[in-house]
Design a protein around this ligand. Structure first.
Ligand code: C5P
Length: 238
């Protein structure tokens, strides 16, 4: 995979005007656009059709977490919409993840489409050991990431969302080709914002990230195309 195909840009905006501008400027520079709760809640499936019509790929980041039947039915609807990647929450359990994956494959096959990559969130990177203990887990955040990564792999999913600092760990315990999608990436000298445990694009790729997710350092930049190109160069230069 080329470096630019491994760059996912978070479209954390909620107006069509901003989406149109970012998609026009970035669609040939990056691999995928990440549509999260903010944009999906504001535009619904129209946003997916819009990005796809313009030739972009979509990672729908809704982190589905519910009983197996509800998640599976939602995955069925979203697969039809043509997303290229989507995610569930691994803490929804093995049965939920397994059924979600089976449903996405079945739905895609019925429609003659390529099944989307289905990945799972392990432990949110905003949670550290203290917060993980507060919820009631007796293992550390890192041990939980490992355990949930293995469970996700066993359920047949394609990969996980995790911190770039955990990508290497996941690669070691999951099957070859299991993907890691990692936010918390900042270009060298970039504004850190509210991200805490960060790595540079080069470090993330070197550490085992398959895809990196970058938002504000690109979308808030004066020249978004240039900002994306610089990050791709950093990814290539490892
Ligand atoms: O602007 P920034 O590069 O910080 O954006 C990162 C994106 O990745 C945001 O959409 C954020 O919600 C998402 N994300 C994250 N950390 C996680 C999971 C998702 O930053 N653990």
């Amino acid at each position: 995979m080329k470096a630019k195909e491994r760059l996912i840009v978070a479209l954390d905006v909620d107006t069509m005007e901003e989406v149109e501008y970012l998609v026009k400027e970035l669609k040939d520079e990056i691999g995928m656009f990440k549509v999260g709760l903010q944009l999906y809640t504001s535009m619904g499936n129209d946003i997916i059709s819009y990005i796809k019509e313009k030739g972009g790929k979509v990672f729908l980041d809704l982190k589905l977490h519910d009983i197996p039947n509800t998640v599976s039915e939602t995955v069925r609807v979203l697969t039809k919409s043509g997303v290229d990647m989507m995610n569930v929450h691994s803490q929804g359990g093995y049965e939920m993840m397994k059924l979600a994956k089976e449903t996405s494959i079945k739905t895609a096959l019925e429609l003659g489409m390529k099944p989307p990559m289905l990945i799972a969130v392990t432990i949110l990177t905003s949670l550290g050991d203290t917060e993980v203990a507060e919820i009631g887990y007796i293992k550390s955040a890192k041990e939980m990431v490992e355990k949930l990564g293995i469970l996700t792999d066993k359920a047949g999913l394609d990969g996980v969302v995790c911190s770039p600092l955990e990508a290497g760990l996941i690669k070691n315990v999951c099957h070859d080709g299991f993907i890691t999608v990692t936010p918390g990436v900042r270009p060298v000298g970039g504004d850190v914002g509210d991200q805490k445990r960060i790595t540079t694009p080069g470090q993330a790729i070197k550490g085992g990230s398959t895809y990196i997710v970058v938002g504000r350092p690109i979308t808030k930049s004066e020249n978004v195309k240039e900002a994306a190109r610089k990050i791709v160069v950093e990814m290539e230069g490892i």
